[in-house]
Design a protein around this ligand. Structure first.
Ligand code: FAD
Length: 470
């Protein structure tokens, strides 16, 4: 079978120095900035990431088909940006400044552009220029570039404005993950600039470190400068839908309950996530709205017949499905929206291993009709390839036995900041990419050994990075 790869580089670099007046270092030698305290961080309302602000970052997975580099782009893949990053790391260390690496800027807690306790930092913005080149590897006969461009994909995020830097470093789950696994499962090589300014590849870095940087979370290991990614085949035409169902709590509870037995168990080609929206009581009329996002890698007639059999309660109509190319579908699901000043959001995640019972689902739905603010609960189906890939392949343990992930979302305006505490709380477990400071510091012992190998002095740290083992 032909294997196609894409080489993507987060070429550097806007280097901007952000120093707070209280902590600007005096001239001379300084100790490295302290890593965050080991006590749980106080919660503060997160600034909602500005998805549109970084939309020039090529969405992961689409470069092969939509933005194959022009000659000028290819020239930017020189060694200079890599050297700039190496120098920036050494320069920041010499000046005793903390380092923040920023790609798409989508960190839920703003960890790519803030520090704790007003520590001055250098912002290494790797999204300034991004290049990609695609190399087919085949056993026989050339295939025209245009043909493979439309049927090759990379398993990126649902929101395709995410930066590769954080997304891949934390695993990366998306619409193709039930068929092809996480983004990190499809990484063949990376170039990592470490705390000593060395540029390491898979061949020159410790095998344990190469394991850790594919899922152990961004901001802990160094600056990833480039990736070599495996592209996967997608059909020229796929089926998509984005539909809503609205009704009283008990009806919606029945739909969610049934989804648990459908979403995670459909064939690999079917991805159907669902989201339940809630609003405070006076504005919801006692009803809830549920949306379904579907990306199905088969033609419409087949998708409809499988779904109507497995999930008749959805009453899916042919007119609600559309056949598009995979590239068109990424644009459809990109979730581009503009964010106003003074808007806040908090996200939490969870995992479900056994279906929630119908009576409990009814209780949850009824609670949502009396919610204190606006928000949603999103359920993302696992199963299929996600369950077949071993939990130790990359540092992403939520594989076999995990039915779906949950993402709780609340949004509020600046005027409601005094109530922020009401909108957060009771954290349990989380997906590292849904970073949540309410969980406290990260003491994930499986990865602290790898951290000690690549960054024993904890130069790359943030409020929830992996600490060294000592
Ligand atoms: C609107 C939205 C939609 C989302 N959808 C999905 C989804 O579908 N699937 C999913 O899995 N997740 C999703 N997420 C979560 C997302 O994966 C994480 O927020 C991820 O960290 C974003 O990466 P980024 O590069 O855009 O963010 P950034 O804020 O730039 O970086 C996040 C972290 O990674 C570090 N980092 C960034 N670049 C590098 C680099 N080159 N080298 C080393 N470290 C680096 C940063 O320092 C920071 O700690 C979504 C988030 C948002 C806001």
């Amino acid at each position: 079978m032909a294997i196609h790869t894409i080489v993507a580089a987060t070429a550097a670099l806007a280097l901007c120095l952000v120093a707070t007046s209280a902590t600007t270092p005096a001239a001379g030698a300084h100790p490295l900035p302290s890593p965050p305290a080991s006590s749980p961080m106080a919660t503060s309302p997160s600034r909602r990431p500005q998805a549109s602000a970084r939309s020039s970052t090529p969405p992961s997975g689409t470069s092969a088909s939509t933005s194959l580099p022009s000659a000028s782009h290819r020239r930017s893949l020189s060694r200079r940006p890599q050297r700039d990053i190496q120098r920036a790391v050494l320069c920041a260390r010499n000046a005793s400044l903390a380092i923040r690496v920023r790609a798409g800027g989508h960190s839920y807690e703003g960890l790519s552009y803030t520090t704790e306790n007003h520590v001055p930092f250098v912002d290494i913005d790797v999204a300034c220029t991004v290049s990609a080149s695609t190399r087919p590897r085949r056993r026989s006969g050339p295939s025209p570039a245009r043909r493979w461009a439309s049927t090759l994909a990379f398993p990126g995020g649902t929101c395709s404005t995410l930066g590769l830097g954080g997304f891949v470093s934390g695993g990366g789950f998306g619409l193709l993950s039930r068929k092809h696994g996480l983004a990190a499962d499809n990484v063949l090589d990376e170039t990592l600039v470490d705390a000593g300014g060395r540029a390491l590849t898979r061949a020159t870095m410790d095998a344990d470190v190469f394991w850790a940087i594919r899922g152990g979370g961004g901001g802990s290991w160094g600056v990833v400068y480039s990736w070599k990614l495996r592209l996967v085949h997608v059909p020229a035409t796929i089926t998509v839908f984005d539909i809503e169902r609205r009704g009283p709590a008990d009806l919606i509870a029945g739909l969610i309950h049934k989804w648990q037995y459908v979403g995670p168990h459909l064939p690999d080609e079917f991805y159907i996530s669902t989201r339940i929206y809630f609003k405070p009581k006076p504005t919801n009329g006692g009803n809830l709205t549920m949306s379904f996002t579907g990306q199905v890698l088969v033609p419409k007639h087949l998708a409809l017949s499988v779904l109507n059999k497995a999930y008749p309660e959805l009453r899916l109509a042919e007119s609600e499905l559309a056949e598009v190319s995979w590239v068109e579908s990424t644009a459809k699901f990109a979730g581009l929206y503009s964010i106003g000043v003074g808007e806040y959001a908090k996200r939490k995640s969870d995992y479900v291993q056994a279906p929630i019972s119908k009576p409990d689902m009814v209780k949850i739905a009824r609670y949502m009709t009396a919610a204190p603010t606006e928000g949603s609960i999103q359920l993302n189906p696992y199963g299929a390839a996600m369950a077949r890939i071993g939990s130790g392949e990359v540092p992403f343990p939520h594989r076999a036995g995990f039915l779906y992930s949950v993402q709780y979302a609340v949004d509020w305006k600046a005027a409601e900041n005094g109530r922020a505490g009401e909108f957060m709380g009771n954290p349990r477990g989380a997906y590292v990419n849904y970073v949540d400071l309410d969980l406290g510091t990260n003491n994930w012992t499986d990865a602290t050994g790898q951290k000690s190998k690549i960054d024993p002095r904890n130069v790359f740290n943030n409020a929830q990075s992996i600490p060294p083992s000592h």
